[in-house]
Design a protein around this ligand. Structure first.
Ligand SMILES: [Zn+2]
Ligand SMILES: [Zn+2]
Length: 89
């Protein structure tokens, strides 16, 4: 099921993350910078497209029981999204 996110909210998050994947999961297999954060760049607009290009990405709820707002969403590249989706729970 695809969560609906307000466009303006995703835009805010996109500016916040400096157009880079926000995944800091140490168990993820992404290429990490020295802080452990994924180095994948995100292309604006790709989140609304139905494709699996490397710079595609999705907004995710950090706490799924709460509504989408700026501190409760993170932007994950396709690779990290798939990893997050396979976590139990
Ligand atoms: Zn990533
Ligand atoms: Zn990751």
């Amino acid at each position: 099921m695809r969560q609906e996110f307000p466009h303006t909210l995703v835009r805010q998050a996109y500016d916040r993350c400096e157009h880079r994947c926000e995944c800091t999961n140490p168990n993820c297999d992404h290429d990490a910078d020295k802080y452990g954060r994924c180095t994948q760049m995100l292309r604006w607009g790709a989140w609304e497209e139905e494709n699996d290009s490397p710079d595609s990405w999705e907004p995710h709820l950090i706490d799924p029981d709460r509504p989408p707002y700026i501190s409760n969403i993170c932007l994950l590249c396709t690779n990290c999204s798939q990893h997050a989706a396979t976590q139990p729970g």
